[in-house]
Write a protein that binds this ligand. Sequence first.
Ligand SMILES: NC(=O)C1=CN([C@@H]2O[C@H](COP(=O)(O)OP(=O)(O)OC[C@H]3O[C@@H](n4cnc5c(N)ncnc54)[C@H](OP(=O)(O)O)[C@@H]3O)[C@@H](O)[C@H]2O)C=CC1
Ligand SMILES: O=C1OC[C@@H](O)[C@H](O)[C@H]1O
Length: 394
Amino acid sequence: MSKFQLKWGILATGGIAETFARDLYPNPECRGVKDIEHVVVAAASSSSADRAQKFLKEVRAPESAKAYGSYAEMVKDPNVDIIYVATPHSHHYQNAMLCLEAGKNVLCEKAFTTNAAQCELLIKKAKEKNLFLMEAVWTRYFPLSIYVREVITSGKIGPVSRAYADLSQTMIPEKTFDDGHRMVNPDLAGGALLDLGIYALTWIFQTLYTTEKNPKPPKVLSFMRKYKLGTDEQTTMILDFPPTDSRGEAHGIATTGMRTHADPDGKGSAGPAIRVQGELGEVQVFHPAYRPTRTKLVLNDGTVEEKHWPQPGPGKGSGWKNGFGGGWQEEGEGQGMFWEADECAYALRDGRKEGRYENLEESLVIMRVMDEVRQQNGMKLPEKIETTDYPVEL
Ligand SMILES: NC(=O)C1=CN([C@@H]2O[C@H](COP(=O)(O)OP(=O)(O)OC[C@H]3O[C@@H](n4cnc5c(N)ncnc54)[C@H](OP(=O)(O)O)[C@@H]3O)[C@@H](O)[C@H]2O)C=CC1
Ligand SMILES: O=C1OC[C@@H](O)[C@H](O)[C@H]1O
């Protein structure tokens, strides 16, 4: 069978760029995917071409891959099919627009942009140019997430009326981050909400919104505890989703923060990070919300079904490693970013312009929710990163 090959350009060479590009290396057959393949053909660094060259070596890109010392140069490379934007959220709008303007398909890291107005303009540009555009919410494409959504749509837990989701990780900001770090710095759109809270919202949305035929955006009530720099260190959101054809009104409670932990002992002893509750029982997902590997279905009739979802890879003895956050994964185990990459390959092969499990309309609705939360709590970001003007030098 001939395989569809997707040729990637990686825009930026920081932490997640490396993790993502490493995940493109293993043969997709090790996860049962036989009809597509990925190749990194270019990387660009705003620091230097040398940095991009070093990056390409680290991620085992082919010798022929090109190293660029600026993003503007890479977007002109005719050999690149799609660009993965891996800069801080503050830069996504400018960088993604640069790619779209140059006629490139885009997979852009979360949070998509700093606000909904920017997101709307990226969508408009992608449509105008007939290009593929997707927010890189990798978790949506995991087999685990597909399973959870199927549990809901199959009716196993009955009509759903409530979901809780937490992504909190204790990283006491004043001890962990200097003021310039992207997790706290307003100039880089720092704060818990846009970086971590988006995963709590992802779980609320993919269980109360994506699963419905004609979903409507929720009403939102929220509270924020601010860090000394004005960005949020803890945010709590209550979302009220209107009734749909298959369920009544549903409530979502999404929490995020840097001073508490969803899984204090790292063993799940504190219980699940996500609970989706219906009339017949609930489905639970264990921390971390961005890369969960364990679920539990608990029904009113006494059924308890626990499942483990390790991320596939080339296996022990392969000498290949990937991973972030909780340390390197086991040798040969994947990070799981390849599922979203596979989705991009299938979309481009089949002529689709959006991802299947979070379309652009849903990304926009979530950006609007985050705008509303910031507005309710007076969390402003600098004008230069919230502007819809393009191009702007950041
Ligand atoms: N999906 C996921 O699981 C994860 C997603 N992310 C997302 O990825 C994005 C990047 O995060 P991460 O990789 O951790 O960040 P890093 O700080 O590690 O890397 C960001 C890179 O962006 C480039 N960059 C360009 N301008 C700036 C600037 N002014 N300040 C800092 N960096 C700049 C740099 O690359 P260069 O010098 O080569 O141009 C830098 O290395 C964020 O939006 C974050 O939300 C982050 C972690 C996990
Ligand atoms: O997307 C992410 O997932 C893992 C977190 O540790 C990281 O801060 C965030 O950007």
